[in-house]
Design a protein around this ligand. Structure first.
Ligand code: C2E
Ligand code: CA
Ligand code: CA
Ligand code: CA
Length: 274
């Protein structure tokens, strides 16, 4: 039976027959959703830890199926990758997000997640097209990739990263610390930023191991002169630890959950009043 990596078993508790039916239904629904362009960009703020100012947003895809309800991206992105729908989803969501962001009266950055499947020759062409269509400043765009997109073909990856950087786009290494060769990836490729995985950014005051790992990553990034965003900040204690260790940017439910495009301006207005 076909399984869907991360998703397959956590979402469903039924027996295998029911699971397969559910999986088939999910695939059918997802295909329809992509055809109707139902997948929406949500925006989660990334803030300057020192003063709370919003610096940019990460775009996170959201899909609410009429029959299945809200399907978590960990699930539908994995299925989309297996079904060959991830290209369509990525470019649809980017197009919608850039259209919205181009209408904002600010210079905040917008970060997009790129699935490893997309890290190929067409990437640059598609991004250039999106930037010119939306008239969005490339300097305000960030591309987040995990090391899965680059391991195995470091040379090609370097060419791809260099071309993105030549356009002025910032490239971030996502989920830093969770892969098998985070340090090798960091040493070989010219990333502008790393995102400390949220699994480390928790109980920093009470879990010495997490605190040591996060402290070491921050020191490493500082010595390499690479920017850092800590993901998954949920408590003031974690925020205080990060602040004391000179982590410059943060993201997490403590600041805001990912929000619909129409809620962004209100959020920014409130944030600026603080
Ligand atoms: P990610 O890129 O690591 O994104 C961060 C995830 O952490 C998001 O989950 C976000 O909602 C969640 N998060 C943010 N702050 C907190 C916090 O304080 N606590 C906790 N517990 N979680 C927090 P989300 O939106 O469910 O997305 C899950 C993953 O799905 C993403 O992880 C990314 O790998 C993937 N994904 C989402 N949208 C896209 C997309 O458009 N394209 C691609 N290729 N992948 C996407
Ligand atoms: Ca990300
Ligand atoms: Ca991440
Ligand atoms: Ca992740």
């Amino acid at each position: 039976a076909k399984q869907y990596g991360r998703g397959g078993y956590t979402f469903y508790n039924e027996d295998l027959g029911d699971q397969l039916k559910q999986q088939a239904l999910l695939e059918e629904e997802l295909k329809g959703a992509v055809e109707r362009m139902d997948i929406e960009p949500f925006f989660q703020p990334i803030v300057d830890i020192e003063n709370g100012h919003v610096k940019g947003f990460e775009v996170l895809s959201r899909w609410t199926s009429p029959t299945l309800g809200a399907v978590p991206p960990d699930i539908f992105i994995t299925i989309a990758e297996d079904m060959g729908l991830i290209d369509a989803i990525t470019w649809q969501v980017m197009r919608k997000a850039l259209k919205v962001a181009a209408s904002w009266d600010n210079d905040l950055f917008i970060a997009f997640n790129m699935s490893p499947h997309l890290f190929n020759d067409e990437l640059l062409m598609n991004i250039k097209w999106q930037l010119s269509e939306s008239k969005f400043d490339p300097k305000r765009m960030e591309i987040e990739i995990t090391e899965n997109a680059v391991i195995g073909n470091m040379d090609e990856a370097r060419v791809a990263l260099d071309s993105l950087k030549d356009l002025g786009i910032q490239v971030s290494l996502d989920d830093f610390g969770t892969g098998f060769s985070s340090l090798a990836t960091l040493s070989k490729l010219p990333f502008d930023k790393i995102k400390i995985d949220k699994s480390f950014v928790t109980d920093l005051d009470s879990m010495p191991q997490n605190a040591k790992i996060v402290g070491a990553i921050l020191a490493l990034a500082k010595s390499m002169e690479i920017a850092v965003t800590a993901e998954g900040i949920e408590t003031n204690d974690d925020l205080n630890f990060l602040s004391a260790h000179e982590c410059l940017q943060g993201q997490g439910y403590l600041f805001a959950r990912p929000m619909h495009a129409q809620d962004v301006s209100n959020f920014l207005a409130d944030a600026n009043e603080l």
